[in-house]
Design a protein around this ligand. Structure first.
Ligand SMILES: [Zn+2]
Ligand SMILES: [Zn+2]
Length: 487
């Protein structure tokens, strides 16, 4: 068994946070994951070579590297201690800075403010080149396997190869690119500041950017740059609030970054700074988040409610939240109780039209779908289906409990499972119009139906509503807060 003392590794350590969220000038800066792997490729996006300015964060070394394609990989991979045993995590004390340790940050909400808290990760002074060795050692010594962690490595040597030349640096690195570079296999360009670090067996590349720039990237994907300005501003506040909520979960803290760039957190694809409308919407709502009784609100959103939004407790079964109880989005639906079969059918048979809406918005107002009975059976692991019963609808009309009987009985107890079972239909707000060898559905809405309805936001923005009123409509009782960052 190969063992390495971790102490030599950490002895040269200047204290560096594992994830580098930071508060500067009343704005939050964060690290968003772009790519991770045993080696990483960066490519110039246009015909000229990429120029990267690379700085070792723990030393004065700065160097410019130029190349069409740059490959970053570990040196001495076989000698690196990738896995260790985490002994404990302690709040930072006064003498924290003079010991061998790794500092990480957690993000907390206290007394109406967001704060960064530093913690010290204390590892046992023994480490391993691969996880199997660590597991074996754990089983021999009785150390619980939950203590096995990828070691965030300070001063692992990486090689950056341009093809013509090789350059050597010690992690972590700050990388700056003025031009768009492509990262890994992504067909997207990113420019700005990046951080490269070694986390266990992987190199991790993050983009270091302000919360405001991140929000711009998210709303570009969510509502598009052609939306009316008040809709963009509404989406900016909701996306910013949702981002803070995600940061407070600290779910990527052990991974060495703050948020990932996929649907697990929010989709971030960069390239937002080129759009003037999005830039304006973000800057004119800068720092604005929704709070409820001094706590960050849950600003979840979806594509189209179909008439009324639903309550979070109907859809996700958590405890009811006062600002997510469901509201009427289209006033003609007000008088109908969509949780009843008769109310739901009456509304689903009401043809909605909106001449100002785009085609994707109109498509969510009335839709129909078909699925063969055998395909539905197959999706549910059944051989045959003889009966489908709607047992419960939420206040948006979405089916939240359904029983399907055939050679066996299957109960679907949430809207997402129902959507998936019927072939990924836009929402579970539908009724069955015919039940033969083909099952026909008539429906409205798209998405889970909780919180802000993007189609409704666009409609209100076109009629001249301002974003604070639009937010109040979908998240009643919330307040727009600007002073929530602890300096
Ligand atoms: Zn994530
Ligand atoms: Zn709506």
């Amino acid at each position: 068994m190969r063992k390495y003392l971790l102490l030599w590794l950490l002895s040269a350590l200047l204290v560096i946070p594992l994830n580098a969220a930071e508060i500067k000038d009343n704005t939050l800066y964060l690290e968003v994951l772009l790519a991770e792997g045993k080696s990483l490729n960066l490519k110039s996006r246009d015909s000229s070579a990429a120029v990267l300015t690379i700085t070792e964060i723990n030393s004065p070394i700065v160097r410019q590297i130029e190349g069409k394609q740059l490959c970053i990989s570990f040196m001495n991979r076989d000698k690196l201690p990738f896995w260790g045993f985490l002994n404990c995590i302690e709040p930072i004390g006064l003498h924290a800075m003079d010991e061998e340790n790794v500092i990480r940050q957690t993000i907390v909400w206290e007394d109406g403010k967001l704060r960064l808290k530093n913690e010290r990760m204390v590892f046992e002074p023994i480490s391993f080149g691969n996880k199997d060795e660590a597991l074996l050692y754990a089983s021999e010594t009785g150390i619980p396997t939950q203590q096995i962690r990828a070691i965030p490595m300070i001063n692992a040597t990486v090689k950056i190869s341009t093809g013509a030349n090789d350059y050597y640096f010690e992690t972590p690195l700050h990388i700056k690119s003025e031009q768009d570079i492509q990262v890994g296999g992504m067909n997207l360009g990113f420019s700005g500041e990046f951080i490269l670090k070694a986390m266990g067996e992987n190199l991790v590349l993050t983009q270091y950017l302000s919360l405001e720039d991140y929000v711009g990237g998210v709303i570009q994907n969510e509502i598009g740059s052609n939306a009316p300005m008040e809709a963009l501003k509404t989406q900016a506040v909701a996306a910013r609030t949702h981002a803070i909520k995600l940061l407070l979960y600290n779910r990527h803290t052990p991974d060495g970054y703050d948020l990932c760039n996929g649907t697990h957190c929010q989709v971030y694809k960069g390239q937002h700074l080129s759009n003037a409308n999005i830039r304006t919407a973000v800057s004119e709502t800068a720092g604005e988040v929704l709070t409820m009784d001094g706590v960050i609100a849950d600003a979840t959103y979806h594509s189209s409610c179909g008439g009324k939004t639903d309550s979070s407790s109907n859809i996700w079964k958590g405890k009811p939240l006062a600002h997510l109880m469901g509201v009427t989005c289209i006033s003609d639906a007000e008088s109908l109780d969509l949780s009843t079969e008769s109310g739901a059918k009456a509304w689903l048979n009401t043809k909605l039209s909106d001449p100002d809406a785009s085609s994707w918005e109109r498509a969510s107002l009335n839709w129909s779908r078909q699925i063969s009975r055998s395909k539905l059976a197959n999706n549910l692991g059944l051989k045959s289906i003889s009966k489908i019963e709607v047992l419960k609808r939420g206040n948006s009309g979405r089916i939240i409990l359904m029983k399907i009987s055939g050679n066996k009985t299957v109960t679907l107890d949430n809207e997402y499972k129902i959507r998936q079972a019927f072939g990924n239909v836009p929402s579970s707000f539908f009724y069955i119009t015919s039940f033969g060898s083909t099952i026909s559905l008539k429906g409205k809405g798209s998405g889970h139906g909780v919180g802000m309805c993007q189609v409704g936001v666009l409609r209100l923005a076109r009629t001249g509503e301002q974003y604070p009123q639009i937010l109040e409509k979908y998240y009643p009782g919330t307040t727009i807060s600007r002073d929530w960052i602890e300096q």
